[in-house]
Design a protein. Sequence first.
Length: 427
Amino acid sequence: MFGTKDHLRAQGGHLLIEGVDVVDLAEKFGTPLYVTSEERLRENARAYREAFPEAWIYFAVKANGNLALLRVLAEEGLGADVFSAGELSLVRMAGIPMEKVLFNGNSKSTGELEMAVEAGVRVSADSLDELLALSEVAREMDEEVEVAFRVNPDVSAETHPKIATGLKTSKFGIPWREIVEVYRTAMSLEGIKPIGLHCHIGSQILDTSPFIEAASKMMDLAEEIVEIGGEIEMMDFGGGLGIAYSPGTEAPAPADLAAGILPVFRDRCREMGISPRMILEPGRSIIADTTLFLTRVNVVKRAHVNFVGVDAGFNLLARPMLYDAYHHAIVANKADRKPKERYTVVGPICESGDVLARDRDLPEVERGDLVAMLDAGAYGFSMASVYNGQPRCPEVLVAGGRGELIRRGEDRSVFLAGQVVPPRLLK
Ligand code: LLP
């Protein structure tokens, strides 16, 4: 029923995650609620470590910034890809070693560059302009910073246009034809130690061939850099491996990605006589399927379609609205019943686009039922907002047969936080 998701099953009519009944979790912690399986998270992290034994796996923190989950990943030996000062402080708190952190970003502020240098993390330079600014920051702080260069490899991967990042028209990276010159400049800059290359071609990619194409372009560039006397200590091939969101689809596993890119990497390194560390930055393929998003049905409305109104929408799960993304929906308290009618699951937000699941065949849905949206661990909570006066919900981690709170839900004070009403308006 749940494909490869063996942390999910139905029993006694209820959906269970890692053996724990989600109906009980909803009772205990309320809805909406994000629920994560710790075991599944560890398994996913291990699948990468086993497929790429010599590589360092950096979790892409933008996919999920929950501190408890980052702790689990730190325990599994993962590093982190961070994209802001905020993400860097999170991984520091989670105890991820700074030597296993890459500070990414296409538009870093001076404050962020200073924080990266102070923390002693490696920085991925996204432009010449940024490289020069970083050199100045490092010089002023009397430090040396290790720098990788974000390559725009001009590789097209089939995915939603909003999440393709390796096209030549994308805002990310230095055009691949300019990389060697930028590297040469970096070799002469004070405070800068150029150590390698970085790319990321996009997200939710279900075919390994664009990864192989990008890897081979990256190795070509590494060769040119070695020829000009540059050192290559790391090669970061980014994240992007997709997952099977809809039943019946298939996604490559980390082992399939390894079968595609490891030979290219190893052979080319051998030819060049270099032995850089391989780095990967998966987000989605580590965390997405570990988590479900539980919502409660407020209303069933039979209009021109059957609308199921639940207690959260794109405020807490934005992906369907933003990318027309599919998340499988299950009526969690009727998990063993056959589909009876076609429904469209919508949230409470004041926009027509607030649809979580369109035209799904589900068992009869009634007020009070629980709808679970699957595969919500990546870019779910991390993209949540408080739009329309909806506080963000709690998160729960399931391990050892029980659920533990890993983030408290917000209350209405969140709408007042930081707000200042000038006294002249209080008369
Ligand atoms: N590295 C870099 C530099 C990235 O920009 C990203 C994702 C990753 C790694 C991780 O990619 P992943 O393995 O998760 O595909 N909000 C969108 C996805 C945006 C991805 C942004 N960058 C979504 O919900 O589909």
